[in-house]
Design a protein around this ligand. Sequence first.
Ligand code: NZQ
Ligand code: ZN
Length: 381
Amino acid sequence: MQNFNFQNPVKIIFGKGTIGKIGPEAAKAGKKALLVYGGGSIKKNGVYEAVIKTLTENGIAVVEHAGVKPNPALGHVREGVKKAKAEKCGFIVAAGGGSVIDESKAIAAGALYAGDVWDFFSGKAQVREALPLFTVLTLPATGSEMNSGCVVTNEDTKQKYSAGGAALFPRASVLDPETTMSLPAAQVANGAVDAIAHIIEGYFTTTDADNAVTDELVHGLARSVIASTERIMKDPADYNARAAMMWSATLALNGLASCGYGGGSFINHAIEHSLSAIYDIAHGAGLAIVMPAWFKHHLRTAGPARLEKFGRCVFGAGSAGETIAAFEAFFKKTGAPVRLAEAGIPAADIPAIAGNAMGLIRAWGIKYTQPEVEKILADAV
Ligand code: NZQ
Ligand code: ZN
């Protein structure tokens, strides 16, 4: 087990009927909020109404920044930064999924920065300060509600890059599982695949596999995500399955599931971000395509030990090959695509996708070459 630091300051308010608790939390930060949300799901499922009610009751004036798209776009982030500055918003309230929260983090940093917000993503500047952020999560997937990272796509250059910094941790996040009951089946699938991706990255790329506590946490989270998703698919109104899924996805990327895994990398994410940057497909869908192919690469280069252990503990699989097949079978069962063609991506594009991925691979300090990435993608055909 390698040395590590773990610090997570986010206050989680979890459970049925808890949206009303975000107003009192936000009121500690000021009197004027930028309310960030997406394409309108929160207006259909009652979340918008509940958020406005609690903010108003707590004396908070609201400036709206709506229309965040899945895979949030830099142009819309820049508009949000302009609005937050012009309206002198003291803090941000994000209501939605990972895209809404990520765009809110970028705006929070950009609002206190004199330069262009993309500087934080291109590596030109570090996030040192940001407006306080409060979130109401409606989609279990990214962990953004309890971490300090965010991902934005530069639509001109087709770069889907990340930024991070301690100032971007939300102050408080409300997780009300009932808000997730309105999710379409495809978003349930995307969320499940993303949560699985977050725990397998560290587990399979660690340089130190002798770490019982984090291994068991990963196995347990994976079993919980899989079992909860299967229950949700059978009965979308199953509250306890929604609750277990929501908390599992948060725990999957709040720092806990990688403690002591020195030297790990987010290679599946680095490759996937190119799929969503170029083709604007959902992050979870892209991961369901990349992961089975990457596991084959892992087996070729690192051997069967980790696949055997994970497979034995999570799927009851008897070999590395069976583990890879079990991952793929679970992704398929959720309805996620598992091959490039299923997402309409032609095999002829592989060199361009791999070329795009190399930008993030270098930025994240991962030691992969373009031919290796091309070979992985060739296994996803
Ligand atoms: O825009 P609205 O109308 O709200 O609809 C959204 C969107 O169309 C809809 N939705 C969300 N909650 C709903 C709902 N529909 C009905 N009922 C609800 N309760 O779902 C669609 C997808 O939303 P989005 O926020 O894009 O999904 P997700 O939470 O999966 O976020 C994906 C983004 O997060 C990034 C991804 O790359 C992608 O850009 N990630 C962020 C990370 C982080 N900050 O730590 C880590 C991840 O690895 C990931 O990269
Ligand atoms: Zn992810």
